[in-house]
Design a protein. Structure first.
Length: 252
C-alpha cells in the first residue's frame, strides 16, 4: 500500500516544528513519504521547515514544496491531491501544520482505511472527540452547521473540515479539483462532491487542541461560505472552473 502525508502550512513556524517532531516520534515518517507545503508564510516557516527536515533521522522521506504564490488553504490541498494522483498513491492524509490535531489520530484513520478502503475524516464533534481550549460558542456553531448539512444532504455529517483527514485517492479521481474553492471552503466543496458521487465515508473522533495557534479564518465569513456552497449544491448549480495555475518550487 502506497501512502502519502501532506502537511499544509501558513505562518506556523513554531507549530510545524512540533508536527515534524511528532511525525518522527511516532515513526510515521520512517516508512511514509511526507510533503510539507508552505503557502508563502511571512514568519519564517519555510526556513524552519528546511531546518527540521535536515535534522530529521528520516530526512529521505520528506519533501518541501514552496508555493510560488499564496493560493489559499484550498490551493495547497489541490497541490497535494494532484501530486498524489499523478504518483498513483493509494491514500493521502492531509494534516494542518498548526499542531491542533494529534498525530496519534493519524494511525486510527489509517487503520480504518486499511480495513475498509474508505475515505476517513477526523471529527472534532463526535461524542468521543476531545477538544482542548476550543471555544464553546464555536463548538455550538459547528454542531449546528453539521446538523444543517446532515438534513440537507441526507448524509450524516460530523465535521465540515478538521485539520486531519485521510482520503482514498480512488475517491479523488472522479472529482474536478478546479471546481473546488481555493479558500477555507475547500473542504466543504470536496465533501459535497463526495456526497454527489455517493462515496462511502467514515468519520472518526479525534483530539483537537488550541494553544498558541493563530487562526487565519474569519468564522462568520467561513460559515456563510459553507452555507452558500450547500445551497448551490442543493440547487444543482455548478461552480465555475478556476483557471488559476498552481505552481510550487521543490526546496532541497
Amino acid at each position: 500500500m502506497k501512502g502519502l502525508v501532506a502537511i499544509t502550512c501558513y505562518n506556523c513556524r513554531d507549530q510545524v516544528s512540533r508536527v515534524i517532531d511528532s511525525l518522527d516520534k511516532h515513526s510515521i515518517s520512517s516508512d511514509t513519504e511526507i510533503i510539507l507545503i508552505d503557502n508563502r508564510s511571512i514568519d519564517g516557516t519555510a526556513s524552519r521547515i528546511v531546518e527540521k527536515i535536515n535534522n530529521s533521522k528520516f530526512k529521505k522521506n520528506y519533501k518541501f514544496f514552496l508555493n510560488n504564490e499564496n493560493y489559499g488553504l484550498g490551493g495547497s490541498q489541490k497541490i497535494a491531491f494532484t501530486y498524489a494522483l499523478k504518483n498513483n498513491y493509494d491514500y493521502i492524509a492531509i494534516i494542518h501544520g498548526d499542531d491542533q490535531a494529534n498525530i496519534k489520530d493519524f494511525k486510527t484513520l489509517l487503520n480504518n482505511y486499511i480495513s475498509t478502503k474508505k475515505t476517513t475524516l477526523g471529527s472534532r464533534f463526535m461524542s468521543k472527540s476531545k477538544r482542548i481550549g476550543y471555544q464553546k460558542s464555536r463548538v455550538i456553531g459547528n454542531i449546528v452547521l453539521n446538523i444543517v448539512f446532515t438534513l440537507v444532504t441526507f448524509r450524516k455529517t460530523s465535521d465540515l473540515g478538521s485539520g486531519i483527514n485521510l482520503f482514498s485517492v480512488q475517491d479523488l479521481r472522479s472529482i474536478n479539483l478546479a471546481t473546488l474553492s481555493n479558500t477555507f471552503n475547500f473542504n466543504v466543496d470536496l465533501l459535497l462532491n463526495f456526497y454527489s458521487n455517493k462515496a462511502s465515508i467514515d468519520f472518526f473522533p479525534i483530539t483537537w487542541t488550541e494553544t498558541d495557534q493563530i487562526s487565519n479564518a474569519k468564522n462568520l465569513n467561513v460559515a456563510l461560505g459553507m452555507l452558500n456552497s450547500l445551497l448551490l449544491w442543493r440547487l444543482g448549480i455548478r461552480k465555475e472552473i478556476s483557471n488559476l495555475k498552481l505552481e510550487y518550487t521543490l526546496i532541497d
